[in-house]
Ligand binder design. Structure first.
Ligand SMILES: [Zn+2]
Length: 299
């Protein structure tokens, strides 16, 4: 009975919680990425960066794989502030092509991150920083981190002090961070943990974490972290699935919910919570600020 009453109370609270107009806008922004092609998604990311008051540059590259054949890709980039040394804030905007040949809606993976990163950029431009912030929205992550690799090839990492990447940040209040990006990334991990502590934010660190564009940077020796958001139970189930080994306690064949959603027909806007996107923007801005301060003398 207690559970039933609690559930009823929670349902009532959910109904009564007012949704701010700006939160509705964030969800609409994510929904705008539902497009028949990744080229159409490029136009959406460019338009949203402009609408936020930044100046995007489109950097085309020769991409594609053996399987896809040659395919032009387009990274979308903008910067905040000045400084020779840079902190990169990154997320991929491309969606995966599903087995039936249609495009995933690509909202949980990864339009919500893109909108969250733009929100973080809006906060960061109001701050005085030691580093220039370069926001990069990558194309062709789903084909094998191609956009990130091509960006590194074209620009090098000489001026890159640290990289903060986001992949899958659409719902839940628990921040996930990978801890498998090499010893050079310890200061980035420390900055993430400091922000979790300062904000009393529930965070889960993963010794083994699913790959995203962060791997292109860590392979090239850059200090980097990959962040995401999820609900608490999903985050811990994912920890067990990736790090628990054979004694992880999960039912045989168990697949964490997020992996049933992404890269499937179920990566839909109903799973995107605008409150999470707001939290993503605030938290990523705090992580970048912390890094900016921590690395100011060290660089
Ligand atoms: Zn992704």
């Amino acid at each position: 009975m207690l559970f039933r009453s609690l559930a009823a109370a929670a349902a009532l609270l959910a109904v009564c919680t007012p949704v701010a107009a700006q939160d509705l806008d964030l969800r609409a922004q994510v929904a705008a990425f539902i497009q028949p092609t990744n080229a159409a998604r490029t136009d959406v990311v460019v338009a949203q960066i402009r609408a936020a008051g930044f100046t995007p540059a489109v950097e085309a590259f020769a991409g594609g794989t053996e399987r896809s054949g040659p395919m032009e890709g387009r990274n979308v980039v903008f910067t905040i502030g000045e400084g020779e040394r840079e902190i990169l804030l990154t997320a991929h905007y491309d969606a995966v092509k599903l087995r039936d040949g249609t495009m995933s809606h690509g909202v949980v993976d990864n339009a919500a991150s893109v909108v969250g990163v733009i929100e973080a950029a809006k906060i960061l431009r109001t701050k005085t920083l030691n580093h220039r912030i370069r926001v990069i929205l990558f194309d062709q992550e789903e084909l094998g981190l191609i956009g990130a690799k091509k960006w590194i090839e074209a620009h090098g990492l000489t001026n890159v002090a640290a990289v903060v990447n986001s992949d899958v940040a659409a719902y839940g209040d628990t921040m996930m961070y990978g801890q498998n990006n090499g010893a050079q990334s310890a200061a980035v991990t420390r900055a993430v943990q400091a922000v979790c502590s300062e904000r009393a934010l529930q965070c889960v660190g993963y010794p083994a974490y699913p790959p995203s564009d962060d791997r292109a940077f860590s392979a090239a020796g850059a200090p980097v972290v990959s962040l995401g958001f999820q609900d608490q139970i999903g985050a811990h189930q994912m920890w067990l699935a990736f790090n628990g080994g054979e004694a992880n306690g999960l039912t045989e064949g168990f697949v964490p919910q997020v992996f049933q959603r992404i890269h499937s027909n179920d990566d839909v806007i109903a799973h995107v919570d605008p409150a999470t996107i707001r939290l993503v923007g605030d938290t990523y801005a705090a992580v970048v600020q912390r890094l900016d301060a921590d690395l100011a003398g060290v660089d």
